[in-house]
Design a protein around this ligand. Structure first.
Ligand SMILES: [Zn+2]
Length: 344
């Protein structure tokens, strides 16, 4: 039961900043919504309406929508999170404020219910089918080799590559229906019509659990940093390389990105990737980390330090301590280190 009016009135600039957005005084900044690697500031909050908009990934909404997207949680949990954090957790008291009759909601209003109904879901059948039709090509393999990744690693992680994105979308729509592609976030309604989330020629990294493809991330097939990666629309990334937790390894390294985990594998380390600004782990996954030595290896910059801090605060409530490992001087990330070792 929530009083929605005060929740929706929590200043969105404050919430966005607390969720890791770096906003200018006018409320603009880079988008940090899951699945959007924003190279130029495309995100803005509007004080007048207390809403946000991203002009690049076309997502917009209220302060509740922002929390839902960033944390990958449903409407009720987002309200709970906001209320506990900014309103002192008044949800259970039912006390009317300043004599006004409290609007107690048993269920979300229609507008919000529509958003819940449209919630994106992983679709392993579709994801696996896309991966099967997207084999790694010589140019992609060559680029990955230049990053220090051998054939065995690429085969182990089943790295693929999108061919012609439009052709693939055409065949996929015929096979699975437009509706099903929208439901799993592969098809996005953009301003100029439907859009396939993965561009042509991008490398494709599957998130595998027992052989099932539960998520896909596409990455640039070259070293350029603009539009570096794409994910299914509105679908927060799960743990990458979760299968590493099914073997009885004593030591697990927490990494921030897919290429870090592949680099770790090349270096004979067992690693999992926690992508996105606010990775959430369920209790079952947390339990799989117990009894192991956990270390975090973030980039050697401010963002990397932020990642190490987030990991500590994510695991500390479960009684798990994380040791922060450092990279040798001159290496900004694990892949730099791998390349340096291969050269030596
Ligand atoms: Zn965006």
């Amino acid at each position: 039961m929530f009083d929605l009016a005060p929740i929706k009135a929590i200043p969105i600039s404050t919430v966005a900043k607390d969720l890791g957005f770096n906003l200018s005084r006018s409320g603009g900044g880079r988008c940090r919504l899951p699945g959007h690697d924003d190279a130029t500031p495309s995100f803005a909050v509007r004080v007048a309406t207390n809403r946000f908009v991203c002009f690049a990934c076309n997502r917009r909404g209220s302060v509740i929508d922002l929390v839902k997207m960033m944390h990958g949680i449903d409407f009720v949990d987002a309200c709970r999170w906001l209320e506990a954090r900014y309103l002192g957790g008044t949800a259970t008291t039912g006390r009317a404020k300043s004599g006004r009759i409290r609007r107690v909601m048993q269920q979300p209003n229609l507008e919000d219910a529509a958003v819940i109904g449209a919630q994106t879901q992983a679709d392993p059948d579709v994801f696996g089918w896309i991966l099967e039709r997207s084999p790694l090509r010589p140019d992609g393999a060559q680029y990955l080799a230049s990053r220090g990744f051998g054939r065995a690693t690429l085969a182990h992680f089943r790295v693929g590559q999108i061919g012609n994105g439009q052709d693939l979308l055409h065949v996929a729509t015929a096979k699975w229906s437009r509706q099903r592609l929208v439901a799993c976030g592969l098809l996005k309604e953009a301003r100029w019509g439907d859009e396939f989330v993965f561009p042509s020629n991008y490398l494709l990294f599957p998130f595998l659990v027992d052989g099932n493809v539960i998520y896909l991330q596409a990455r640039r097939p070259d070293g350029k940093r603009i539009k570096r990666w794409y994910c299914p629309h509105s679908l927060p990334p799960p743990l990458f390389n979760a299968d590493a937790l099914s073997i009885a390894q004593r030591t697990i390294t927490l990494c921030e990105g897919v290429t870090d985990v592949l680099s770790a594998f090349e270096l004979d380390m067992d690693a999992v990737g926690l992508l996105g600004a606010s990775s959430r782990l369920d209790d079952q996954t947390i339990a799989q980390f117990r009894g192991r030595n956990l270390s975090v290896l973030g980039d050697a910059d401010k963002a990397g330090r932020g990642f190490a801090k987030r990991m500590s605060s994510l695991f500390a409530p479960h009684g798990l301590t994380i040791v922060r490992k450092r990279l040798p001087a001159g290496c900004n990330d694990l892949n730099d280190y791998l390349i340096a070792i291969r050269k030596a």
